[in-house]
Design a protein around this ligand. Structure first.
Ligand code: B12
Ligand code: SF4
Length: 550
């Protein structure tokens, strides 16, 4: 492979695509695609109860941490900030990270580099690279498919097999709930850990699996539980966290690694907690006790559909699994696909109803979507079922079908998707309420647990429940009467249960903080109704920079 002539002395700029994001524009921004995970695809129908926060662009942060060249990460720039950075510093390499929906922005950024920094080598990476024929659509020198750390190390003449250094990443920032910005306390937000990329299960629609090799393949950054434990200890002491968002498509699938991590945690008395992604069959490899001891407190699980034939669901009673997890204090985020091949206008309402009946804490709904680079895309292309003229910016599963479905029209696909989000909210109440319910169950079950690490974890959680969360319940109980009176009564009962456990503190916070939150939530509803959106700030971080200026 070609190596950059300046090797590790090359000056590198790594950038995400430019904003603003939550508005329709000619570069592919879409109002329905804000840079907010939950509000984009999970709690978007929940109004002021939606959980809103931003996440950094972890791919480029990881690359930056693993090269010794002078490097700037520019996250969430505006076009002006991008031009300013390019002209203020002479960059040898400009690396642009994007996903498929952002191809229009990637194209524009390549154009800008050629115009204002013509000596720079342009490298494009991230999921946008999965678009067939991308080289004819954008003006880049290198398009990198798959894992980027090893590519960048090779390009700079560094050892691409060197151990991966994990940056200390605060998982989310500028969190906003019920119209209030939560304070960003040190250690108050989980750290992101990325043990691997890709997933060996290879479901036909899955873009993350396909991008890193597909079925049977994935790239492990940390092979063993010992390595992971050491990385987490480092991050625990840097960020003062006990909670980790484990960004690994199927963390629990690697049982040996997880169990070794647990062993080390027990030896060191670590009361950590983990938010993980996992398939149902991987969860089933563990007993509830093992999951609880490991600190799994939130699990994102693909449910797809009761009638789908995906291997990861086989032999699992999803309703029972969800109930069981929640009873053990593990919050469940389900993910259901709308518009699978067997769906019809006649059966889709029933499928949505059964998804909502699982009563997960959070529920993501996505349209069945052939995304370029996946086996499903190829299949649809071979069958001539891809719809022509669908803008790449609209192929992401939160808008309308990009293929001809046997029974459901493109316009109806959006109606069903929107209905699914609404029905889950209206039937089960705000996710914040459901989460409180799970937290209380966990605490009631484990407050006297023989393992002090587990006791400590649930005590930590319940402190939040007794404080601000109880005040939120007070507001939700009032506001939800308008949506579903019976859910409002259930919220009332939960509040009574919390107050029974903690009579003085809970009542006090609800009565002091509740009215303020109610006012803020109503103000937020008015703002949202008038079209208010939120954008992440531009962030600039430099590494190895002293040597760059000398
Ligand atoms: C965090 C996240 C977000 C964050 C945004 C973070 C950000 N600052 O951009 C939020 C929640 C806001 C978000 C939003 C959306 N997301 Co998103 N997101 C993710 C998620 C869960 C993790 C990304 C991540 O950090 N992975 C770990 C890092 C290490 O991997 P990586 O980013 O792929 O980076 C590696 C390589 O790609 C490569 N690389 C990356 N950049 C570069 C740059 C260069 C120069 C080089 C050489 C290499 C390189 O090297 C890295 C290390 O190996 C992924 C799923 C996943 N598991 O990856 C989806 C994912 C990226 N999102 C996706 C989508 C579709 C969306 C949305 C459209 C929402 C939706 N409808 O689904 C919006 C778009 C928002 C917008 N306006 O741009 C899809 C992309 C599909 C595709 N093929 O393009 C993914 C893959 C999820 C999925 N399976 O559908 N997302
Ligand atoms: S189990 Fe999940 S992450 Fe793995 S291939 Fe299937 S959809 Fe993708």
């Amino acid at each position: 492979m070609e190596i950059h002539p300046k090797r590790v002395h090359a000056r590198v700029l790594l950038t995400s695509v430019f904003g603003p994001y939550a508005q329709d524009d000619e570069f592919g921004s879409r109002a329905i695609n804000p840079m907010e995970l939950y509000h984009n695809q999970v709690t978007r129908a929940q109004g002021s109860f939606s959980v809103r926060m931003f996440h950094r662009s972890w791919g480029i942060m990881l690359i930056q941490a693993n090269i010794s060249a002078p490097c700037t990460v520019l996250d969430f720039p505006t076009r002006e900030a991008f031009v300013r950075e390019l002209t203020a510093n002479r960059y040898d390499i400009v690396g642009i990270s994007g996903i498929i929906v952002n191809v229009g922005k990637v194209k524009e950024m390549c154009r800008i580099v050629r115009e204002v920094s013509p000596h720079s080598t342009v490298v494009v990476g991230g999921h946008v690279a999965a678009i067939p024929g991308l080289e004819t659509m954008i003006d880049a020198d290198h398009i990198v498919r798959g894992e980027g750390i090893s590519w960048m190390r090779r390009y700079l003449g560094e050892d691409d097999h060197a151990p991966i250094r994990h940056p200390a990443i605060v998982s989310g920032f500028k969190t906003r709930i019920m119209g209030m910005r939560l304070p960003q306390r040190t250690g108050g937000t989980a750290a992101t850990i990325i043990p691997s990329v890709g997933c060996p299960m290879g479901c036909n629609f899955c873009t993350t699996s396909a991008f890193f090799g597909g079925k049977g393949k994935f790239v492990n950054f940390y092979e063993t539980g010992d390595e992971l434990f050491d990385v987490m200890c480092g991050i625990e002491s840097k960020l003062k966290v006990k909670s980790f968002f484990v960004m690994d498509e199927n963390f629990l699938l690697h049982r040996k690694r997880a169990m070794r991590l647990l062993e080390r945690m027990k030896q060191a008395g670590k009361s950590w907690e983990f938010s993980v992604f996992s398939s149902a069959n991987a969860i089933r490899k563990y007993t509830m006790r093992e999951l609880v001891e490991l600190g799994v407190s939130w699990v994102w699980m693909g449910l797809e559909s009761p009638k789908s034939g995906y291997a990861k669901l086989q032999g699992t009673d999803i309703g029972q699994l969800t109930r069981e997890l929640r009873e053990h204090g593990i919050r469940v985020q389900g993910s259901t696909i709308i518009g699978l091949e067997h769906h019809t206008p006649g059966n889709i309402a029933g499928e949505i109803e059964s998804a909502a009946s699982y009563q997960t804490d959070f529920h993501q709904f996505m349209l069945y979507t052939p995304v370029p680079g996946t086996p499903l895309y190829q299949e649809m292309a071979d069958q001539g079922r891809l719809l022509p003229d669908v803008n790449l910016a609209d192929i992401h599963g939160q808008f309308k079908f990009n293929f001809r479905h046997a029974a459901i029209s493109r316009d109806d696909s959006k109606t069903f998707l929107d209905w699914a989000f609404w029905r889950d909210f209206q039937r089960n109440g705000p996710s914040l309420y459901r989460m409180c319910q799970t937290m209380l169950h966990g605490w009631q079950r484990y407050k006297d647990c023989s393992d002090p690490r587990v006791r400590e974890r649930f005590t930590r959680q319940v402190k939040k429940l007794v404080g601000a969360y109880d005040a939120m319940l007070w507001v939700m109980e009032r506001e939800f009467k308008k949506v579903n009176r019976s859910v409002s009564e259930q919220i009332h009962n939960l509040r009574r249960e919390v107050e029974k456990e903690f009579p003085i503190v809970a009542r006090l916070t609800a009565s002091l903080l509740g009215p303020l939150l109610l006012w803020a939530a109503r103000r937020e509803e008015r703002r949202l109704a008038s079209g208010r959106t939120y954008e992440p700030p531009t962030i600039i971080e430099r590494t190895n920079w002293v040597s760059a200026s000398s």
